[in-house]
Each structure stands twice: as C-alpha cells, then as structure tokens.
Design a protein around this ligand. Structure first.
Ligand code: PLP
Length: 386
C-alpha cells in the first residue's frame, strides 16, 4: 500500500507510524494549512481587479432573491434571539430529514473540523485520498490524530477497493473515513455504486464523512448523494455548503446531515455561531431553484468550452464534474505557472501535491475565461498532443 504525504515538509514534520505507514501531521505555527485560503494581502482595488479562479467560488455572485433576503435581515443585526427564517427546519425539509439530523455550521469547513475533533484524537486516523480537500487532515493534526491518504488511481479516481481494504485492515486505528465527492482538486466523482460498495464492506460502525461541497454541479447520472444513508441510520455524515452554488462563501454557512446521535456528539464542538444574514440568505437560496439551475448551466457550459479550447491547444484536462478543472502542464511544474498568471492579473489554484504538473482552474464568467485562455496561450505554446 502506498501512502502519500499530502502536506509539504514546511507545513508538517512527518514521521511514519510504523504499523500502518500513516503519516503523523504536526502543524507548525503560523503556516497556512492547505485547507485554508490565504487572505489577499494587496489593496482592495487590486483584489477587485484580479480575475479570481483560485478558490472554486461562484463568480456570478448571489442572485437578487438572496441579496434581498440578506438585506431584510440587517434589522436583526443588534439581536441574539432573532427570527432566523427557520433555517434548520428549511434545510431538514429540503432533504426529508428531521431538525435533529442537521448541524448548522460556519461554512461546511467548520463541519469538517468538528467531525475530526469529534471522531479523532491522539493516535486516531482519518482515512482518505491524496490529493483531496485538506481541511480534515489538518484538523487531524490539530487534535494529535493522524491520516492515511491513499493515492488516486491512474484515472485520478478514488480507489474504493483500496479504501475498503485499508479500512478493514486498520479498523481499530481509524476514527472515520473522509471522501470528497466530487473530489477537490480533480473534480472526479465517486459513483453511487462505489459509495454503496464502500459502506457495505467496511466495519458497520465506522463513521464516513462525505463532503458534497460541489454536489450541485454534478450531471453524471452514476453519481448520487449519500444523504439516503443517513435516513437508513448508517454512521454517515454528509457535509454541504452554501459557498459554491449559492455564492455565499464569505457569509460562512454550511451544514452537516447525520444520524441524530452523531449530530448531538458533534454539536459539542461546533461554534453554533452562524450570522443572521447568512441564515436568511441560505433560506432564500434553497428556495430559488431557478437561480441555482442557471448558475449550474452557465458554469458547466463555461467549463466545457474552456476545457475543449485547452485540449485543442494541446493540453489534456481531467474530466471534472465540478465548478473547476485541472489541466495538465506537461513537464512544467505549477508554482511558476501560478506566478505567470498572477502577473497577468489572474489568480489560479495553488499546487496540489503530488499532482504538481497540473493546474487547478475555477470556472468563471465568460469574460474571465476568455482572459484565462488568452493568458494560457501566452504562457504555453500550442502543442499537437495533450
Ligand atoms: N469542502 C470542499 C471540498 C471544499 O472545496 C471547500 C472549500 O473550498 C469546503 C469544503 C469548505 O467550504 P466552506 O467552508 O466555505 O463551506
């Protein structure tokens, strides 16, 4: 079994835990974890001028319905026990679950951290893949736990067979399994069949966290949400966010869906501190299904056009089901390429080891993608093969 270290040496001092070959992750203070987004350090005007294709945001911004709902909520800014649009019930109804199955969090990222705090601890490991969204692995380190990260297969897919085998072999050491679906940074999905396979073939009390941050962009019929497993009472936690399709990243609101007892266990570690504008914005967003469909259609069409253009320029892309994609840079490494784009006023994704010859690009509006393609063609010569 190959286990990859997802973090740079500067970020973590790794030591191999002999039994499982897992990597101990110890954060250095003051170093940005891979799951975190760096605060922009230039002027406000600089920020506004950059084309932002680095953080998988929704570049269209919130629709009018959501802006109006948030504006309406300002009048509660000085309150504690204010009306909150019944946000938890609205989310529960949306999924056909009960209020006690929902943990409202400040972004889904808080839910991922809470999961790691609840189910890890000294020596306990989270099992996942590399590269993937790094937040739970970072939090594992924070609570003195560890991570087992399996490599992706040749098609950049999560290897469910290897995951099942590892989960069974090291069951006693593993606190929970983390699966990002679609995966960030690749955009590749785990199929509904594979999720069932995983859940049916690992110890039945082993918690599984399925991060569906990009759920709303998927159009592959083989994919399916894992929320039905919560209804079956399996130890499954599904994390969702309003940061992506609903364009509320800076408002910080997301939630976890899980069996009631798991929610009770996790709530102890949650901040229970989502702000009033976020709550009203989230409620409006769930109701505005037309706006969500519009964002999905525009995003997928821009993504498909851009990846086609890159392929005809000679650069292969990883087939993505999300609002971002990865393009192969051939033998060039990504860090200097990120700098090249920055010089041209375009922010693109950070490096995702071990995929250091790939660049992650978030999908933007037509004018953003036009500038991105123009810059790409300046930086990279046309080639005959991808
Ligand atoms: N999960 C995945 C896969 C992500 O890519 C992100 C953010 O980019 C998050 C969770 C956290 O998002 P938020 O805390 O804004 O909901």
């Amino acid at each position: 079994m190959i286990i990859r270290q997802p973090f740079s040496r500067r970020q973590f001092v790794g030591s191999v835990a002999a039994a499982v070959g897992a990597l101990s992750l110890r954060p250095e203070t003051g170093v940005l974890a891979q799951g975190q987004t760096a605060q922009f350090t230039g002027s406000d005007a600089d920020y506004d001028n950059f084309i932002k294709l680095a953080s998988n945001e929704n570049n269209w911004g919130p629709p009018d319905s959501v802006m109006q709902a948030m504006n309406h909520a300002w009048k509660y800014a000085n309150r504690y026990g204010y009306p909150d649009g019944n946000v938890v019930q609205v989310i529960a109804d949306h999924h056909g679950v009960r209020r006690e199955n929902i943990l409202l969090t400040a972004g889904s990222g808080e839910g991922l951290n809470v999961m790691a705090t609840t189910y890890l601890g000294p020596g306990k490991k989270v099992l996942g893949v590399s590269p993937s969204y790094a937040s739970v692995f970072q939090q594992a380190a924070n609570v003195k736990g560890d991570a087992i990260q399996l490599p992706l297969d040749k098609e950049y897919r999560q290897d469910i067979g290897a995951m099942i085998e590892t989960a069974n072999r090291y069951a006693r050491d593993i606190g929970f399994v983390y699966m990002c679906n679609p995966n960030n940074p690749t955009g590749v999905v785990v199929t509904a069949r594979e999720i069932k396979d995983l859940l049916d073939n690992i110890p039945k009390d082993l918690p599984v966290l399925i991060d569906e941050a990009y759920h709303h962009y998927v159009d592959d019929p083989a994919y399916g949400t894992a929320i039905p497993y919560v209804l079956e009472g399996r130890p499954v936690v599904v994390a969702r966010t309003f940061s992506k399709i609903a364009a509320l990243a800076a408002m910080r609101i997301g939630y976890s869906v899980a069996p009631a007892q798991m929610i009770r266990d996790m709530r102890v570690y949650a901040s229970n501190s989502v702000n009033v504008l976020a709550k009203w914005g989230a409620v409006a967003s769930l109701k505005d299904t037309a706006a969500q469909a519009d964002v999905k259609a525009k995003t997928l069409s821009m993504r498909n056009n851009t990846t086609k253009a890159l392929q005809s320029w000679g650069y292969a892309t990883i087939p993505s089901q999300a609002n971002f994609f990865m393009v192969s840079l051939g033998d060039r490494t990504v860090q200097p390429v990120i700098e090249e784009f920055r010089k041209r006023g375009i922010l693109v994704g950070r490096p995702f080891p071990p995929l250091l010859n790939h660049l992650r690009v978030s999908v933007g509006r037509p004018e953003d993608m036009e500038k991105f393609l123009q810059a790409f063609k300046e930086i990279f010569p046309q080639r005959t093969a991808g």
